[in-house]
Design a protein around this ligand. Structure first.
Ligand code: NAI
Length: 327
């Protein structure tokens, strides 16, 4: 076994944290042979709860878990970090305007971005889960000018997995029959799950479902699944979000399977007409520890309009945080 990989998790005492940490420590983030050292960042009021979770982690006696640090200081939490999972965020509460929400999250993701810039390992890779994930990632990235921009990503893997599962159920096929699924745009209700490039047993998915189902059932079900989970469970998705975060980072380190791709919100290089620098979801493959946007996919007028709508929302969020001086 080599040197442990340092994984920093923010919001470690939250719901997703509880579903995430035990699986990281059991090898589901990086692989079954990679030892990890966990660094848990929480706000002062939640440090004690994080300590309780750490006690349980100890009690699992995970062979791969090399140690756990807990702190409320971002500089310490990210010191030497190889992986940053930015889960903790300020949720929207009743009566809160969008500007207030962005401001509150700017106060979290700005300092964390700077702490990553100043203290993380040179190879640091960051996944932002906390919402609004794309724009929080943009804020963090803008405070880390010394870190290559492509190390900052946001999570649309849960949306991707939801799309796989909905389509598989509709066609009564295993999820493994589906390849080349894409979520485009923002991790929000405007996201666009694309069946015109997805394949089921090697054939275009959109040709195997009727258009009305695609438009009126599939897309809204995937896009509004988060709200449906809250409605049913009385709490937002946690285990499935943690699972998607593990999938995202696992693929980043270990590569995506040959002949397939996944969905990642990453810094646009201008591909598919998405303005450069915006953190938007794309079809992407991972090779050698780097994401590459899949190029040259056909985008029909229906898809174009959906992608543009979601990207417009991202531009508005970017302009709003710029106006607030957060980037
Ligand atoms: P939660 O409220 O259970 O936990 C959040 C934790 O973050 C709390 O323990 C809180 O003390 C902590 N926290 C707040 N500010 C912090 C800071 N500055 N530094 C460190 N920790 C801080 O929330 P939950 O359910 O774990 O969700 C976390 C985030 O993930 C939310 O923003 C949620 O909207 C988002 N989410 C994103 C998904 C995606 O697909 N991208 C899917 C599901 C949730």
């Amino acid at each position: 076994q080599g040197r442990p990989v340092k994984v920093t998790v923010t919001g470690a005492a939250g719901q997703i944290g509880y579903a995430l940490l035990f699986r990281i420590a059991s090898g589901h983030l990086l692989g079954p042979d990679v030892p990890v050292r966990l660094s848990l960042l929480e706000i002062p009021q939640a440090v004690k709860a994080a300590e309780g979770t750490a006690m349980e982690l100890d009690d699992c006696a995970f062979p791969l878990l090399a140690g756990i640090d807990i702190t409320d200081d971002a500089n310490r939490a990210f010191d030497g970090a190889n992986v940053g999972l930015l889960v903790g965020a300020r949720p929207r509460t009743k009566g809160m305007e969008r500007g207030d929400l962005l401001q509150a999250n700017g106060g979290i993701f700005g300092p964390q971005g700077r702490a990553i810039n100043d203290h993380a390992a040179d190879d640091v890779r960051v996944l932002v889960v906390g919402n609004p994930a794309n724009t929080n990632a943009l804020i963090a990235r803008s405070h880390a000018p010394d870190v290559p921009a492509d190390r900052f990503t946001a999570m649309t893997r849960l949306d991707h997995n939801r799309a796989l599962s909905q389509l598989a159920a509709r066609l009564d096929v295993p999820v493994t029959a589906i390849t080349k699924m894409t979520i485009w745009g923002n991790h929000s209700a405007t996201q666009y799950p694309d069946l015109y490039n997805a394949e089921v047993n090697g054939k275009i998915a959109a040709e195997q479902v009727d258009e009305a189902w695609l438009r009126d059932t599939f897309i809204p079900t995937v896009a509004k699944r988060g709200a449906a989970i809250i409605e049913a469970r009385g709490a937002s998705s946690a285990a499935s979000a943690a699972n998607a975060a593990l999938n995202h980072v696992h693929d980043w380190f270990n590569g995506t399977p040959e002949g397939d791709w996944t969905s990642v919100a990453l810094s646009s290089d201008g591909s598919y007409g998405v303005p450069e620098g915006l953190i938007s979801s794309f079809p992407a493959v991972s090779r050698g520890g780097e994401w590459h946007i899949v190029q040259g996919l056909p985008v029909n007028p229906f898809s174009r309009e959906r992608i543009d709508t979601s990207v417009r929302e991202l531009i508005e969020e970017r302009d709003a945080v710029k106006e607030l001086g957060l980037i």
